[in-house]
Design a protein around this ligand. Structure first.
Ligand code: IVH
Length: 722
């Protein structure tokens, strides 16, 4: 008991100095659980539910109690564990049939040799007829083996070293192209193998999302697919748009076809996606025709491929051909030539973005790579120039870039060109390491690398601290403001922004809307400026006037708040409905212990980095002043209300958790929102309904604790009548 107040206080409210040993023990165990849960939300779900300050207070209290009662420190408590990175990783699975790699062919001759070798090995002379060989794209993803017993998926394993892979079953179950149950009559044991990959569009959307939430971006779709499949949390994999093509197999209790092409057709009948470009050929010429055709179509495919795979079609012949070391003798991968070339790095230019980020750009001696002339390449940040990658890992073997260097450029698909290597033999004797500026090249203000208080890590990006006095930031902000997905003012582009800014006509967004009025009183009228006339000036004023009322999400996006891209702006507009509600909520969210802050963080898709950026933006007096001026001239429209009349979930807050099998997360969310529901990422007292799929964990438990209605995915479809 704790003096006079002990009985009425909960242990969590008792000052550390007043705790008894029993109370301290109970409190340490409660704190361990609570901190572990917040770590999990932060690290694994990217969806924290408390502010950093509140989190730090929990840890501080934990340390203070541990300081007073060192004997009670828990072996697995928060002071011992760092973050929530699980120690064990994935379980291992031994492949019953090894997962092999393919031998490579690099030109047409190599392919002729391959077919010649196969014929000789089989003593398959032309009199015995045509040797059928299939040709199909080599997908640039990662291979996966799926084992089905009695038609049910029992496990999914990555290739690993070919003999033993990682057990990624829970994650594979979240991929919609991977059937949980095979269709029709199938052998008792079936191991279907194929490639997990990410489509270009999905890759770009994912990176945008990651960037908006302050996360790392993936360098290419293959990395994104691998990173997404190897998530320790299958809910994260479920939110990643992965796809799967079936093209091979491992153990089969019975082989139901006599040919490679027949097997792949069966995969399709069983419920898999197969690549539509696969062809069965009878001559080398035909094979090469398919290869060159696919090579030409490559840029139009919505996924990355790096060659064409040829496989002898008859399975009895495959069996006779067998393997050499780790590759089958009956197959070969005909690789596309790498889209690489050498050129000279003429200069490194520093561009200042609207958030003040100093971005180095490589100015290259123009060179054609993969059919496209390349003269610029992104250099990301100063560490990248030094040869240090995102995670502190060396890139280009740690070689730093110097002006004058001969560099190897690579273009992969549509991805921005990268400098992948430097020819040090060609480095000019006087080439010096690049001195990254520490002052802004546009305004001379200090440019600094901020330290993230939470992680203690220094930001990779150096930023100008000049704010509004920096002309580069101001003009970039204006360009963003008038851009297509923001205010979209016709005839008001980058050129006009630069010219009007230079002449002091438009220094901030609100000035755009007073331009006509000021012009009427001005002695130097717009119509008299070079390149302008009566009509073009009139058109510009009309275009500006047309945008005095804009959709709420455009208005929010136009403000150029850090991490608030178009997607997040839409989420916010939908969640708050009107400007005044949104504005008041953003002011109120400043109090990180209040409801407005929790509500903001509860919006599905809004992470705490975005939430913090919003609060910060609205706390700045000069931002509020600019907004006041702008709102004197512009009215944001209320967000469109969804027509959800008669919908059983209208106005309800729904949480989807676990893996969904009949729809992706995005589809589920869109469907719920169409029906007037609000979708949230976490379960709270405000949740009305939880839709739980297999593998649902803490959210399901919390829903049960709070006695919130929980239904299955099928239950959801029954409820909404879809
Ligand atoms: S067949 C025994 N077909 O390429 C041969 N592999 O270099 C089994 N790959 O690990 C593989 N597309 O990840 C095959 N259409 C395709 C493929 C393909 C991509 C990958 C696969 C494999 C690697 C071998």
């Amino acid at each position: 008991m704790n003096g006079t107040t002990g009985e009425s206080l909960e242990i969590k409210d008792i000052a550390v100095d007043d705790l008894s040993a029993d109370q301290a023990q109970a409190e340490l165990s409660r704190l361990a659980g609570e901190i572990a849960e917040h770590d999990r939300r932060y690290h694994q779900e990217d969806a924290p539910t408390i502010s950093d300050a509140v989190y730090d207070a929990l840890r501080k209290r934990n340390s203070a109690i541990e300081g007073r009662f060192p004997d009670l420190v828990l072996a697995d408590g928060p002071s011992v564990q760092v973050g929530a990175a699980p120690a064990s990783g994935f379980g291992k699975i031994a492949h019953t049939v090894p997962m092999l790699s393919l031998d490579n062919a690099f030109n047409d001759e190599d392919v002729q040799d391959f077919v010649g070798r196969v014929r000789r090995f089989l003593k398959f002379d032309p009199l015995m007829g045509a040797l059928a060989v299939t040709a199909e794209p080599k997908i640039d993803g990662l291979s996966l083996s799926l084992r089905y017993e009695q038609g049910e998926l029992v496990y999914a394993a990555t290739r690993g070293d070919g003999t033993t892979g990682e057990n990624v079953t829970a994650n594979a179950r979240t991929i919609k192209d991977i059937p949980e149950r095979l269709i029709g009559e199938v052998p008792e044991v079936v191991e279907v193998r194929g490639e997990v990959y990410m489509a270009h569009k999905d890759f770009e959307d994912l990176n945008k999302r990651m960037e908006a939430n302050g996360g790392k971006v993936f360098a290419n779709p293959r990395n994104a697919a691998a990173g997404s499949l190897r998530q320790l949390k299958s809910e994260i994999t479920a939110s990643r748009p992965l796809r799967f093509f079936a093209y091979a197999w491992g153990e089969m209790s019975a082989v139901p076809s006599e040919t490679q092409s027949g097997m792949v057709e069966l995969f399709e009948a069983w419920g898999f996606r197969i690549n539509p470009l696969m062809k069965r050929c009878e001559t080398v010429e035909e094979l090469l025709g398919v290869y060159h055709g696919i090579e030409e179509d490559r840029a139009r495919l919505d996924y990355d491929i790096d060659g064409v795979v040829y496989k002898v079609d008859r399975l009895d012949l495959q069996e006779r051909l067998g393997f050499v070391s780790r590759s089958p003798r009956w197959a070969i991968a005909h690789k596309f030539p790498a889209e690489q070339a050498y050129t000279v790095l003429n200069d490194i230019e520093i561009q200042v973005g609207r958030t003040g980020a100093l971005t180095p750009v490589a100015k290259l001696e123009p060179i054609t790579v993969g059919g496209v002339v390349v003269s610029n390449a992104t250099l990301h940040n100063e560490d990248y120039i030094k040869g240090i990658g995102q995670d502190g890992e060396p890139i280009r073997d740690g070689k730093d870039l110097r002006v004058g260097d001969t560099v190897k450029i690579q273009r992969a698909g549509d991805v921005i060109p990268q400098i992948v290597d430097i020819d040090l033999d060609k480095r000019p004797a006087d080439a010096k390491p690049f001195d990254f500026p520490t002052v802004c090249p546009a305004c001379g203000s200090h440019a600094v690398r901020e330290k993230n208080e939470k992680t203690g890590r220094v930001d990779a990006v150096r930023r100008c601290t000049g704010g509004l006095i920096c002309p580069a930031q101001a003009t970039e902000k204006l360009k963003h403001f008038v851009s297509r997905n923001a205010f979209d003012i016709e005839g008001f582009g980058d050129k006009q922004v630069d010219a009007f800014y230079k002449d002091g006509l438009v220094m901030a967004p609100a000035d755009i809307f007073t331009l006509e009025e000021r012009d009427a009183r001005s002695l130097t009228k717009l119509r008299n400026r070079e390149g302008w006339g009566d009509q073009s000036a009139r058109n510009l004023f009309d275009a500006i006037n047309q945008r005095r009322s804009v959709e709420l999400h455009r208005f929010i996006f136009a403000l150029g708040i850090r991490h608030v891209g178009e997607g997040n702006a839409k989420l916010l507009a939908r969640a708050y409905g009107s400007w005044s509600v949104f504005y008041d909520a953003m002011q109120a969210a400043h109090d990180e212990t209040g409801e407005a802050w929790t509500d903001l963080n509860d919006i599905d898709g809004i992470g705490h980095i975005v939430a913090e950026a919003l609060v910060e933006f609205f706390a700045e007096t000069h931002n509020r002043d600019q907004l006041d001026a702008l709102l004197g001239a512009v009215s944001p429209q209320d967000a469109e209300k969804v027509d959800a009349s008669g919908s059983p979930v209208a106005g309800k807050t729904v949480v989807f958790t676990g893996s969904l099998e009949r729809m992706t997360r995005d589809e589920a969310k869109a469907m719920a929102e169409r029906l007037g529901a609000k979708v949230s990422g976490s379960v709270s007292k405000k949740t009305d309904l939880v839709v739980a799929g297999p593998g649902a964990g803490s959210k399901l438990k919390k829903a049960q604790d709070l006695e919130i209605e929980v239904i299955s995915e099928d239950g959801w479809f029954d409820l909404v009548g879809a």
